[in-house]
Design a protein around this ligand. Structure first.
Ligand SMILES: *[C@@H]1O[C@H](CO)[C@@H](O)[C@H](O)[C@H]1NC(C)=O
Ligand SMILES: *[C@@H]1O[C@H](CO)[C@@H](O)[C@H](O)[C@H]1NC(C)=O
Length: 411
C-alpha cells in the first residue's frame, strides 16, 4: 500500500512543515494499525464511515486473505487453484507454498514475513536500522476525553520513559493535548464515542503490540498519587502476576468487590475471604483470580489470550473480569491485586455522558443499561461456547462457572 493511498483516504491528512514529521510518522503508524485492525475485526459491525480500507485483510481469521495480501503488495494475479498440489505433481519448485506460514501468506518465502509489529514511530529519512535508539518495553493506554486532561497528565507522569503512551480519544479532541510535552511522543488514536474495549480490540492486536512485556489498559478517572509504574512492574514480576491491577483505595467511588480493594499491610494479594455464601469456589471470581476492567495490566502472554476473549460488539467489556481467569493457569496464582502501588477510582461518568439522549442523565442511563445487558450476553455466550465444546467431545461440562450466581446481586 503506497503512502499516496493513505493520503487520499483522508483519515490521515498530508503534512508539509518539516517540524510536523514526528506527528506525521505517528499518524502513519496509526493508519497502518487502523487499516489492519479494520480488516481483522470488522466482519460483524462495519459502519460505512469506518470502512476505509475494505480490501485489506490480514491472515488472521479471513478466508480470502491470500487475495488481499496480493492486493496490498500489488503483486500480479496468480491462479490460486491448489498451487501446492499442482507444484508437487509437476515437481515444480518455482512456486512457493509454505503451509507453516501465517494463513494467507503461504506463497511468500518465510524469511520475508513480518508477522508482528510495534507502535514505535520511525524517521522518514536515514537508515531504518538507526531509527530506534530506544524501544519502550511497556505500553500504557488511556481512553480519554479532553475534560479529563489534568487527571491524565498526572497519570502519565507516573509512567517512565520505558512506556509507550497511547491515548484513545473518544471526544475527537486530539490537538489540544499538545500543551503537554509528553503528548508529542504519545500515540493518539481518535474515533468518536467508542468505549475502551472497542479500541482495545481494534488497535491492540497481540501481533501489533508484540514487543511490549506488559500492557496497561486504563480508564481516565484514576487517581495515581500513590502509584508508580516501575515499582508496580517490579512487584508484578516478583509475584509472577500475569493479570493484575493496583489496589483500590477505600476512598474510591463505587467499590464493588472485596478482591480489588487495597489491603494496607500487603504488597500483593491474590484472594479474599468474601462475604458468607459468596465464595463457594474460593479459587474463582470474585474471590480470587479476579481483577476489574477499569485498570487491568496484562502480561504479553496473557494479553494474547484475552484479546481473543473480547467480543467485537460487547464494547463495554462488562463480565470480562469474570472470564479473564480462563486465560491463565493457575489463575488463582497468576491473577492478583498490587496493594503497595494503589489508586483511587474517582468514578467520573465521562464516557457515560457520550451516550444517546437529550440530557446527561438519560445518556448515562442508556450507557449503563447497555453495559448491564452486555454482561448477560457475554456470560451467556461464554457459557454456551463451553457447553458446545464439551458436547463436541461427548463429555459433561464439570468446570465450575466462577461464583457467577452472586453477580446479579452485586453489580
Ligand atoms: C483443490 O483441492 C481441493 C481440496 O483438496 C479439491 O476438492 C479440489 O478438487 C482441488 N481442485 C483442483 C482444481 O485440483
Ligand atoms: C527502564 O527500564 C530499565 C531496564 O529494566 C531500568 O534499568 C530503568 O531503571 C527503567 N527506567 C526507569 C526510569 O525506571
Amino acid at each position: 500500500m503506497k503512502f499516496e493511498d493513505y493520503k487520499r483516504r483522508g483519515s490521515c491528512r498530508s503534512f508539509r512543515k518539516p517540524n510536523e514529521w514526528m506527528r506525521a510518522a505517528v499518524k502513519i503508524i496509526i493508519c497502518i494499525v487502523f487499516g489492519f485492525s479494520i480488516g481483522v475485526s470488522f466482519r460483524d459491525i462495519s459502519p460505512p464511515k469506518l470502512k476505509l480500507v475494505p480490501s485489506i485483510d490480514t491472515y488472521i481469521g479471513d478466508k480470502n486473505s491470500g487475495r488481499s495480501t496480493q492486493t496490498i503488495l500489488n503483486v500480479k494475479s496468480v491462479s490460486r487453484d491448489n498451487v501446492s498440489t499442482k507444484a508437487q505433481k509437476l515437481g515444480d519448485q518455482s512456486q512457493i507454498f509454505v503451509s507453516t506460514n501465517p494463513r494467507g501468506a503461504e506463497r511468500l518465502p518465510p524469511a520475508i514475513i513480518a508477522s508482528e509489529s510495534d507502535l514505535y514511530p520511525r524517521r522518514l529519512y536515514g537508515r531504518p536500522s538507526e531509527d530506534l535508539t530506544f524501544k519502550p518495553k511497556y505500553l500504557v493506554t488511556f481512553t480519554v476525553g479532553y475534560d479529563q486532561k489534568d487527571n491524565i497528565d498526572q497519570a502519565v507522569k507516573k509512567f517512565s520513559d520505558n512506556f509507550t503512551i497511547l491515548l484513545f480519544h473518544y471526544d475527537g479532541r486530539t490537538n489540544e493535548w499538545n500543551e503537554f510535552e509528553w503528548s508529542k511522543r504519545a500515540i493518539h488514536i481518535s474515533v468518536p464515542k467508542q468505549a475502551k474495549w472497542w479500541y482495545a480490540k481494534r488497535f491492540l492486536h497481540p501481533d501489533i503490540v508484540a514487543p511490549y512485556d506488559f500492557i496497561f489498559i486504563w480508564d481516565e478517572d484514576l487517581g495515581v498519587e500513590n502509584f508508580d509504574a516501575e515499582e508496580y512492574i517490579k512487584l508484578v514480576k516478583k509475584y509472577k502476576l500475569e493479570i493484575s491491577q493496583p489496589g483500590l483505595d477505600l476512598k474510591s467511588e463505587g467499590l464493588t468487590w472485596d478482591m480489588t480493594q487495597r489491603q494496607e499491610e500487603l504488597e500483593v494479594h491474590k484472594k479474599v475471604k468474601g462475604n458468607p455464601g459468596w465464595c463457594t469456589y474460593p479459587h474463582l471470581p470474585p474471590c480470587a483470580a479476579f481483577v476489574e476492567i477499569m485498570a487491568p495490566v496484562f502480561s504479553k502472554e496473557a494479553w494474547r489470550c484475552v484479546w481473543y476473549l473480547i467480543q467485537n460488539d460487547l464494547v463495554h467489556g462488562w463480565g470480562l473480569d469474570f472470564a479473564l481467569q480462563k486465560c491463565v493457569e493457575p489463575a488463582y496464582e497468576r491473577i492478583g491485586v498490587v496493594d503497595a502501588q494503589w489508586i483511587v477510582h474517582q468514578g467520573v461518568p465521562s464516557l457515560g455522558n457520550q451516550g444517546n439522549g437529550d440530557d446527561g442523565e438519560t445518556r448515562w442511563k442508556g450507557v449503563r443499561k447497555r453495559s448491564q445487558n452486555e454482561w448477560k450476553m457475554f456470560h451467556d455466550r461464554l457459557f454456551k461456547a463451553e457447553e458446545d465444546y464439551y458436547k463436541s467431545l461427548g463429555i459433561e461440562n464439570t468446570v465450575p462457572e466462577a461464583n457467577w450466581v452472586n453477580m446479579d446481586k452485586n453489580k
